[in-house]
Design a protein around this ligand. Structure first.
Ligand code: RB5
Length: 148
């Protein structure tokens, strides 16, 4: 795995994927901290994106996976935090490229948009791919520098 520590969170629309991803990772002896929710009550995705973003702050090398119904709201919320580069992926290619080119530290998935097998494949690519650096380095640095 390309992260020193891994966090997982969702809203109610991502609960099934969250449980399946957690089981998938634990079957590979990958330790993951589940930041909730822990029941089926309707919740607001910005709150769980914030929980995960705050867990990543000051933790060099840590990563996260966020799930909501579409993956859109929770990724927008996570990216409000300047130390988060959250990428919404829909297939293995986008999950791999967000690591290789964008050094994404958070993967977002939409439980109502992709199937579970695709979601697990996205997780695997996100975790086994490293940032290429090189020509991508200065572009990622510009992301952190924004807004001017
Ligand atoms: C919740 O119903 C749904 O709006 C949420 O999971 C997500 O799709 C928002 O972007």
């Amino acid at each position: 795995m390309s992260f020193s520590k891994l966090y997982l969170a969702s809203d109610h629309g991502g609960l099934t994927f969250k449980a399946a991803i957690r089981a998938h990772l634990e079957a590979q002896n990958i330790v993951v901290e589940d930041l909730g929710p822990h029941d089926t009550a309707s919740v607001d995705y910005p709150d769980y994106a914030e929980n995960l973003a705050l867990a990543l702050r000051d933790q060099e090398g840590a990563g996260g996976i966020l799930i909501c119904g579409s993956g859109i709201g929770i990724s927008i919320a996570a990216n409000r935090h300047p130390w988060v580069r959250c990428a919404l992926a829909h297939d293995e290619t986008t999950a791999r490229l967000c690591r290789e080119h964008n050094d994404a530290n958070v993967l977002a998935l939409g439980e109502r948009v992709i199937g579970l097998a695709t979601a697990l494949a996205c997780v695997d690519r996100f975790l086994d791919t490293t940032f290429e650096g090189g020509r991508h380095q200065k572009r990622v640095e510009k992301l952190t520098a924004l807004p001017k």
